[in-house]
Design a protein around this ligand. Sequence first.
Ligand code: ATP
Ligand code: MG
Length: 420
Amino acid sequence: MVAPIQAIRGMNDILPQDTFLWQFIENNLRDVLQSYGYQEIRTPVLEKTELFKRSIGEATDIVEKEMYTFLDRSNESLTLRPEGTAGTVRAGIEHGLLYNQIQRLWYLGENFRYERPQKGRYRQFFQCGAEVFGLQGPDIDAELILMAGKIFEKLGLKSAVTLQLNSLGSIESRKTYRHELVNYFTDHKNELDEDSLRRLTTNPLRILDSKNPSLKHLIENAPKLMDHLDPESADHFDKLQNYLTLAGLDFTLNPCLVRGLDYYTKTVFEWVTTELGAQGTVCAGGRYDGLVEQLGGKPTPALGFALGMERTVLLLQQKSHAPHLLDIYFMTDGEPAFQKGLELTAKLRDQVPGLNVIQHCGGGALKNQFKKADKIGARFGMILGEQELKDRTITIKPLRESTPQVTIPEDQLIDWVKSH
Ligand code: ATP
Ligand code: MG
């Protein structure tokens, strides 16, 4: 017998038992993004390597050590996209979508990074991103962040994540700060680890992002970017915080929050969770006013976020956040009840948009039908037995809540379902 071939390490199959959760997330994402007027863009998985080097920056983890890069048959260096912003900006410039225009875009797709696979960190992973071009005020920063908040709310994950905010200021104010930071860490050179020593010359802000616990104290006492903001960035940041407060969205300021990528300016944010161990960032983003120009377009303010799909799936797999798989499992006892059931389930699907209903097929005792309903994770079991058929009623049993079962007249069924 030949040995079976296995998938590549860190690249997951998504199996039927989990696709339901993916679809649940995807449907909610689409609904929210489209309700805010964002339009979908789809770009290729492969781009010229140069695109990522120029946008993400040479001194980043991604470009230094995580990209899947190869020469194609005509010796051109290509890279599987490690993130979605670069390709979106490239396409926007190439098709004239950005100059003097406002665009609200979103995408969903796979990315590739050669990382050490572990829970919440894979070599192929999916991100849903939103990117806005052509707006420079804090109003749009607020919209984007509130929209991300709405996504978590729709997914039932509001209590699982918290928002952290920081401002990186303008590129100029960051230069002054960078200088001060380098001085500070140079004074404490003997306390730095190998990674941070390297970053001290290449990308010192990234030291703030270090996950090494022995650097925690040193980082906490480092000079703060927030104290070095230029007046315009400070005003932008104040207004943003005010909008979020007005909208009732809680956040915490995290002065050590810097994004891994070079191109961010002003607002940066992360939605984090404590439920996934080390891989705590579920959604990350910010403003990147310099990127379009850096990639050869006209100067265009821009901002965006990317939400990690696998980490979102992991959160939904926690029992306390698990969504129900199915609204109704409809059970019947005997042939006449089955026939009546066909009529009622068809009516439910027609008259209650978005409802999903399985009518039990294959007969058998009600007890066994209940077992199926439970296993599939239905929210309600509906029973049409001999008695119900005679009385023109339906019995409804909540399967995921501890509320009592009820028997209602058949002609009230649609109203009952709508109100639940
Ligand atoms: P981290 O610090 O966790 O490596 P990052 O700064 O590299 O994250 P981004 O490039 O900002 O991450 O990507 C945005 C989001 O995409 C992350 O917050 C995370 O949810 C998800 N993500 C990034 N890399 C991976 C990966 N290798 N596997 C799964 N999800 C990922
Ligand atoms: Mg990373």
